[in-house]
Design a protein around this ligand. Sequence first.
Ligand code: MTE
Ligand code: MO
Length: 429
Amino acid sequence: MSEINNQNNKESLERVAANGLINRRHLLGLGLAGAGGLISHSVLAADSSRVEIPAWSKMPGRDPSGYGSPSSFVGSYQRLAGAPNAVLPGSGVSRTPLHLLQGNITPNSLHFERHHSGIPAIDPAQHRLVIHGMVRQPLEFSYEDLLAYPMQSRIYFLECSGNSGANTSATAGDSSAAAIHGLLSCSEWTGVSLATLLDEAGIAEGATWVTSTGADGASMGRSIPLNKALRDVFIALYQNGEPIRPEQGYPMRLFVPGWEGNVSVKWLTQIKLADSPANFRDETSKYTDLLPDGKALQFTFPMGVKSLITSPSGQMSLRRQGLHEVSGVAWSGSGAISRVEVSADGGRSWADAHLDGTGQDLALTRFRIPWIWEGGPAVLQSRATDSAGQVQPTRAMVLANYDATNRYHFNGIQSWSVSAQGEVKNVYA
Ligand SMILES: Nc1nc2c(c(=O)[nH]1)N[C@H]1C(S)=C(S)[C@@H](COP(=O)(O)O)O[C@H]1N2
Ligand SMILES: [Mo]
């Protein structure tokens, strides 16, 4: 294709894998300019002095407001919520519209939700957090008490272990990235280190597990090993700078970085130290992974290494041929993302994507790579590698590890097919 040659700066768009993938260095200011007709925009006439002044530039705009909201011109940025659950009132999810977002931070209003018994309306003045069990001195904290402690802020993803479970079903549903993978969000969380509070209570000899319980109608309870609790677990009070939302556990939640979302108990009210797990309902009858031999894994804590192309993705359509940015997010519960490869031919050839930022532990990492769509069929895939050396498995590899009914911890490679008409669909490749 002659358009691919940049006559101006002698750079050319270097193809690095089959079916249109272009070297990521072209994103680093090295001239997509040469792409000429591959990107659509207008070219102004040499005499562009007669630029029209729009009406909004000729009068004062509206006044400031107390709490901002999106532009009225921005279309529907909504979580994908299911119908209310008639059998189990308050049990349900809403999913983050990953395909509409950029960067790696989820706006608070779009953070996914998973509630087992609805969102309790908690008055922080009456809420208490108790630390008891195998401690030297049981302690009780009010919300005000916790606000006085030293805080830490960290960017972490949160993912439900049931996320992406739709892709374990026998046939690939024609669904959006949000519908399949939207039980995933990433925020800057601020709160008080659990180690600080446990230190104050005094950990008794022999304590090896920390169990926590929420103040919701479900009394959600989960157990985590003490060594994790002392490493990086904290009580989150703020989310992207403002008090955490009721949906996320206001006034306080446990936050367990990198581990399945279920252990980050919301509306946290009790922490109890013990010498064994509590074997709560949600770590016995639920949130266990059935294996092919009929045995089950009781605790699968870290989320697997995973990535997802969010643009283009399921149910979108490409409206023009030429240059596109293939972009998505990658994450791992075992460290940072060190590499993301992208394929446009269903996994036969791969090219390295550019990673935004410096690869933070246990956070979403945005990846990007230029791609020229020439109007032919394509299957787009991404494959992440983490700092622990784990490589994201194929769908078939994940399925082989579990019983056919298992829906948890699915981290297989996502395939999006692009038809000659530009329709993007979820497929199993
Ligand atoms: N108390 C309580 N904590 C809870 C839950 C719940 O229903 N009640 N749901 C859990 C599950 S399954 C997940 S995936 C995460 C979801 O957190 P989010 O709603 O803030 O996204 O919270 C966990 N903590
Ligand atoms: Mo979950």
